[in-house]
Design a protein around this ligand. Structure first.
Ligand code: ATP
Length: 354
């Protein structure tokens, strides 16, 4: 197992800064997600941690030892990429044995480890089949087998499930997480899929344009987004932003949002200028008595819940309501926002105020 720390890690490609001074620590045994949209610098960050890319500045530590300039092969880690470099003409057994054989392990050691790993992955019955003819999922398992057979200190995975279809992807995500829980090795996992990050990760780093926007456990990131970018990127449908302006304390605007239940003065104390109130879709409720009203413009039925689009005095909102709530397109409804779960952002800097 390994503790991995990066300090002020930065990468420039010519004039372009792909990663701006990033710092965070991955504790021993954590399943750690690097999350963000395409091009935000997550792969570059992973490659610097793994020793596949030299940082422009900053340091990488593995178990308190500085390894910033060490090669990947000197870091005792393993990769699982989306495009596995398996040998298609070789059998599953040979593919899995390969890292051990090239390390000079004895036949008996190889036999024992292959039996152990194939047992963990449930692939004992295909050990003698060539990899070329296997399904995507089995190939994924073989790739994992090859990565775990050496018992590295840490695993680095770059979108390992990206090529799989949705149903299988979810199944493999469970398998990967279970595998991690049994083996306990530190895992760093790159994804652009916020749901995958929330479901699988012990901790998440959210990146945007080469900058670490937030770092924490999934629930804190969901409940207390540090920036409007994070609030928007995490959650589906994403957080609603009700924009308004305030000069001194903003009591009036808040009352306008919801006269009865929001503890307005505490919420807005000290907030000035252009603001945005962040509300998760599931924190909006129907309330006939509320003076705050919106018009239903669309509904999307999802079985137990429905996503209802509303036109309000502060713009369009999406609410996740019970499928049993009677809403009709064109109708005006009273709305209550759950005041305990609101986030106020400075709309200019995008940073959360409370
Ligand atoms: P994706 O999911 O699309 O791979 P990412 O978040 O992993 O995105 P990176 O691959 O880290 O992003 O790339 C970050 C930025 O750095 C991108 O704009 C990319 O074009 C650029 N970049 C990456 N590698 C190089 C390189 N070797 N030379 C020049 N620019 C690069």
């Amino acid at each position: 197992m390994a503790r991995i720390e990066i300090r002020n890690l930065r990468k420039e490609f010519g004039d372009f800064t792909a990663v701006q001074s990033s710092s965070f620590t991955i504790e021993d045994g954590e399943f750690f997600m690097l999350l963000g949209p395409s091009g935000c610098g997550k792969t570059t960050t992973l490659r610097m941690m793994a020793g596949l890319e030299l940082p422009t500045s900053g340091e990488v530590f593995i178990d308190h030892e500085e390894v910033s300039r060490k090669r990947a092969s000197q870091r005792d880690i393993a990769f699982v990429f989306q495009m596995f470099a398996l040998y298609p003409h070789m059998s599953v057994r040979k593919n899995i044995s390969y890292p051990l054989v090239s390390q000079g392990a004895s036949r008996a050691q190889v036999k024992k480890k292959v039996a152990e790993v194939s047992g963990i992955l449930g692939i004992e019955n295909i050990l003698d089949r060539p990899v070329g003819g296997l399904s995507g999922g089995d190939r994924q398992r073989v790739a994992l087998g090859r990565a775990i057979v050496r018992e590295p200190k840490a695993f680095f995975m770059d979108e390992p499930l990206g090529a799989l279809d949705a149903e299988f992807r979810e199944h493999m995500a469970h398998e990967l997480r279970n595998l991690h829980d049994r083996m306990g090795a530190t895992t760093v996992y790159v994804t652009h899929d916020q749901l995958e990050a929330m479901q699988m990760g012990d901790k998440i780093v959210v990146m945007n344009h080469g900058v670490v926007e937030q770092f924490g456990v999934p629930q804190d990131i969901y409940d207390w987004p540090a920036t409007m970018f994070v609030a928007d990127f995490i959650g589906s449908p994403s957080m609603n932003f009700l924009r308004f302006e305030s000069v001194l304390g903003v009591g009036a605007t808040a009352v306008n949002l919801n006269g009865t239940t929001m503890k307005v003065p505490e919420l807005f104390e000290g907030a000035e200028g252009k603001l945005a109130l962040g509300v998760r879709p599931e924190h909006i409720r129907l309330d006939d008595a509320s003076p705050y009203r919106g018009e239903v413009t669309a509904t999307e039925y999802l079985g137990t819940t429905q996503i209802v689009s509303l036109e309000t005095p502060n713009g369009t909102m999406k609410a996740r309501l019970s499928a049993a709530d009677p809403v009709v397109v064109g109708e005006r409804v009273g709305l209550t926002l759950d005041s305990r779960t609101l986030t106020v952002f400075d709309a200019e800097t995008g940073r959360a105020l409370v």
